[in-house]
Write a protein of this length. Structure first.
Ligand code: ATP
Length: 422
């Protein structure tokens, strides 16, 4: 049932509707590098194929899961040869977020010089997963979960198409059965077609009933739309439960997210953010454990991996909390945004050449290791205009207590120093 023309492609009106940029590009037979970001089964691969078809380009398809740098190089060689004969090449990479940095670097120059037009598909936020250099050379289009209206159109086509669909079976679909199908597939067209085909197998007398759909789906119907508000409410409740040090609530909201079809890795990513935003140096192990849980998920798969993320969630919920780094870093960024770019003080400048030394660069720099406590008491590292600035105000919880004690001790040394620069 994969659409053969843009008219068979349902939904995604925000990018493909009449007059929208992608539709214009498609119909003009042009193509630029892009990343299609959206939930599974919303038409990323299909759209890439349509673009290739309309622009009359060769398509090289690589999977980030099975292709390495070697395959990328071979593909680029072929594209370079074809470009000599004015033959365009589209490099389609499914699950592009799984490509590591060196794999991404291998095709970057060819995207840059136009030898290939890259179309990447991903279910993950590209700003987290792609190299900055690559991101700056592609346009990101967000595909949305398909609406029930769009899916209903697809359903009708699948039921009536005698060539590629189930048309020859002359099936009818009862109203409640259709409603259940549309909910069960949660905006995913592939799932919809899969459930429909299964339900058709169960149907008696050419009628698909609600119980046929339930047999096909075989589980409780997911209650929320992954892209909708309900999902963000659940993840927000999860974040607040961990921040609020309630491990039971954290587990409950996590389980709700999974039950609704949510991605455990989304929770893992959020947990990592919590470890830095809400726990910080009060317990730096929280960040390690969150990262380990994420990694574990990739290594052992969902069944065990989901539990590893639960373990990290419980740890983070009960870990000591500090937002001191979070606040300090925000203040530093705000300061940099509003203050002028003060020059680096001479004593902190690098002086690799004798000319620079003559200019006074590096002059008077004190090598901390040569001084008591490996600390150059009275020394200054901020621009003179900012010497009084204190971004980091450690609290006394968890391991941050030790950092606070250390800072108080160093302050004392600074105050008692007879060698003050500022
Ligand atoms: N927008 C759409 N319009 C019509 N059919 C669609 C659409 N999206 C998906 N389909 C149907 O679902 C099938 C799977 O879609 P496709 O492979 O394009 O999804 P995808 O977004 O690339 O999914 P995944 O992220 O899981 O790879 C297609 O063969 C097609 O039949």
């Amino acid at each position: 049932m994969r659409p053969q023309s843009v008219d068979e492609y349902v939904g995604q009106e925000h990018i493909l509707g009449e007059g929208k940029p992608l539709r214009k590009m498609l119909l003009a037979g042009q193509c630029h590098s892009m990343v299609l970001w959206g939930p599974p089964g919303t038409g990323k691969t299909t759209l890439a194929q349509l673009i290739a078809q309309y622009s009359d380009a060769n398509v090289i398809q690589l999977s980030a899961v099975t292709s390495g740098v070697k395959e990328v190089r071979a593909a680029m060689d072929k594209a370079t040869q074809d470009a000599r004969y004015q033959q365009r090449t589209i490099l389609f990479i499914d699950e592009i977020h799984r490509f590591n940095k060196s794999q991404q670097d291998a095709f970057l120059p060819f995207v840059e010089d136009g030898t290939v037009t890259l179309i990447g598909a991903t279910t993950e936020n590209p700003s987290f997963e792609l190299n900055k250099a690559l991101l700056s050379r592609v346009r990101v289009y967000i595909l949305q979960s398909l609406s029930e209206q769009a899916l209903a159109g697809l359903l009708n086509r699948a039921l009536s198409d005698t060539e590629k669909g189930l048309g020859e079976l002359t099936l009818s679909l009862q109203e409640d059965a259709q409603a259940a199908l549309l909910v069960a597939c949660a905006g995913d067209a592939r799932r919809l077609l899969f459930y429909l085909e299964l339900a058709a197998d169960f149907a008696e007398n050419n009628v698909i009933s609600l119980s046929d759909v339930e047999s096909a789906v075989g589980q409780k119907i997911a209650a929320y739309d992954k892209q909708g508000d309900a999902f963000y409410d659940l993840i927000s409740a999860f974040h607040k439960s961990v921040r609020g040090s309630d491990p039971d609530a954290a587990l409950y909201w996590y389980a709700r997210i999974l039950n609704g079809g949510g991605d455990a890795l989304y929770v893992a990513r959020r947990l990592l953010a919590i470890a830095s935003e809400d726990i910080g140096n009060a317990d730096p192990r929280a960040m390690q454990l969150s990262l380990n849980a994420w990694d574990t998920f990739h290594r052992v798969g969902p069944a065990e991996g989901e539990r590893a993320i639960a373990q990290a969630a419980v740890y983070c919920a009960l870990a000591a909390k500090s937002n001191a780094v979070y606040k300090a870093f925000n203040e530093a960024k705000a300061m940099v945004a509003k203050a002028p770019d003060y020059p680096v003080p001479n004593h902190l400048r690098n002086a690799p050449t004798s000319l620079m030394k003559e200019q006074g660069f590096g002059k008077g720099y004190r090598y901390a290791h040569d001084e008591p406590n490996a600390f150059a008491a009275g020394e200054c590292y901020l621009p003179p205009e900012l010497v009084q600035t204190r971004f980091y105000q450690p609290n006394e919880r968890g391991l941050e207590k030790a950092l606070k004690a250390k800072r108080d001790f160093l302050d004392e040394l600074n105050r008692g120093s007879t060698n003050k620069r500022c």
